[in-house]
Ligand binder design. Structure first.
Ligand code: SF4
Length: 443
């Protein structure tokens, strides 16, 4: 039997791009392609790019250049594909350029430059859930593509188009396959998760023969029936988000909400043209916590946005003080080519942006340190991510993988990634907790 042609794959960018990569890899595997971990051994290389900020754009262009230099046969896909002329100007030798989630176009380009030798040769070897780039026990579940908003710092809507939700039956079937295949935690992602179904007018679809509406609340309810943690990311605080908080209180889905707020000053939020900018966030947070006291809130913020004055920045710091968010990411504003914010007056000097970012992160580290201290003495269920010789790295419901903290269990233990155990929290620092197992380590 002829050897299967081998593909090298580079996946850059956010979790949404990772899901695109997984779909392409799954299709390649279905068609009998093999994979190579090195450019030298591959017959062709696919680079899934990111174009969100300038630094990501440069990283993508560098990755294309390196793949071309070592291998020579390169297909480009992903967000940066929206800027085909830029790619071709820097790297005229690329074989094809396709955009984000254009799986068919990527496959056509692969077929044209590297035909499969034995079609469907590996179908039986493919796990039902497809090929995943995340560790086996957690997976990103992408429920929609695109976005209907026009935040002034973002070019995603022009790259990925308007909101296009997947019907609920299809999403739940994918989730069921993932769970059947050993996934213990589902991270629900989209550009705008809580807008799910709006474009389909919340159309009724079928989940195991039952009619169910394609809507955020119903999605949470259905995913909550599966034997896995469900964690919500990129949730804008539209009023209907309140409906899912009782599902968190009742243990249907994790009491965790990733709400990218980006700022606290109404003036800056308006300039950013943020969705749900008019919401009274402090009142909303208090209401959510009344219903579900264990709720953990993660958010991200941009400092140094054009027009942000010292007063606006102070408003943001004051907001952090009062809001007491659990997990916070901060970024200094960085212009993205083609974004409307580039033309706004009052650009903040780079040095000042960095100063504000440091002050912002220091403030949050203080808040996080004191919040994490409250966990000491309590027992929590944790999911094991990694087993090392000297420690086990796990996460509780309060930590999303890759972006939040961890629960470190010191010492050597007979545990496996993907296993749940109960730990007692014995110590904490600014971002992580230290725990010791309270159940038998063979659980
Ligand atoms: S909500 Fe705003 S930041 Fe998020 S993808 Fe849409 S336009 Fe971009």
């Amino acid at each position: 039997m002829a050897q299967a042609p081998k593909i090298g794959f580079v996946s850059l960018g956010c979790p949404k791009a990772t899901v695109d990569s997984e779909r392409i890899l799954t299709q390649l595997k279905v068609e009998g392609y093999g994979f190579s971990g090195s450019y030298e051994d591959a017959d062709l290389v696919i680079v899934n790019t990111c174009g969100f900020i300038e630094a990501a754009e440069q990283e993508s262009l560098d990755a294309i250049g390196e793949a071309l230099h070592v291998n020579g046969k390169v297909i480009v896909t992903g967000c940066l594909g929206a800027k085909e002329s830029l790619i071709r100007e820097k790297h005229p030798e690329v074989l094809a350029v396709t955009g984000a989630h254009e799986y068919e176009a990527v496959m056509q380009a692969v077929h044209a430059h590297l035909p499969p030798s034995e079609r469907n040769a590996h179908v039986d070897l493919l796990p039902a859930s497809g090929v995943k780039l995340t560790p086996r026990h957690y997976a990103y579940l992408k429920i929609s593509e695109g976005c209907n908003h026009h935040c002034s710092f973002c070019i995603i809507p022009s790259m990925r188009g308007p909101l296009a939700s997947r019907p609920i039956g299809e999403v739940v079937r994918e989730a069921e396959r993932l769970v059947a295949d050993g996934v213990k935690e589902l991270m629900v992602i989209a550009q705008d998760t809580s807008a799910y179904g709006l474009d389909l007018k919340y159309r009724t679809d079928f989940v195991q023969g039952r009619p169910v509406r394609t809507r955020f609340y119903e999605l949470c309810e259905e995913l909550g029936k599966l034997d896995a943690w469900t964690r919500l990311h990129y949730v804008y605080p539209y009023p209907h988000v309140d409906e899912v908080i009782p599902l968190m209180r009742d243990g249907v889905i994790l009491p965790y909400l990733d709400v990218p707020l980006q700022h606290a000053s109404n003036k800056v939020l308006k300039a950013m043209q943020r969705p749900a900018a008019g919401e009274k966030m402090l009142e909303r947070l208090a209401g959510w916590r009344d219903i579900c006291p264990e709720l953990v809130i993660r958010s991200t913020f941009i400092v140094g946005f054009p027009g942000e004055t010292e007063k606006d920045f102070q408003e943001l710091l004051d907001f952090l003080d009062v809001a007491q968010l659990d997990r916070v990411g901060g970024f200094a504003y960085s212009p993205v080519e083609g974004a409307a914010a580039n033309a706004l007056p009052g650009q903040v000097p780079e040095e000042e942006k960095q100063r504000r970012l440091e002050a912002f992160m220091a403030k949050q580290a203080e808040i996080s340190t004191s919040k994490l201290r409250n966990y000491v003495g309590y027992e929590m269920a944790v999911l094991i991510d990694e087993v090392r010789d000297d420690a086990v790295i796990a996460r509780s419901y309060a930590d999303a993988p890759e972006v939040d903290g961890t629960v470190i269990i010191p010492g050597r233990h007979d545990l496996q990634p993907g296993q749940f155990i109960d730990v007692e929290i014995v110590d904490s620092d600014a971002f992580d907790l230290i725990g010791v197992p309270v159940t038998d380590s063979d659980d």
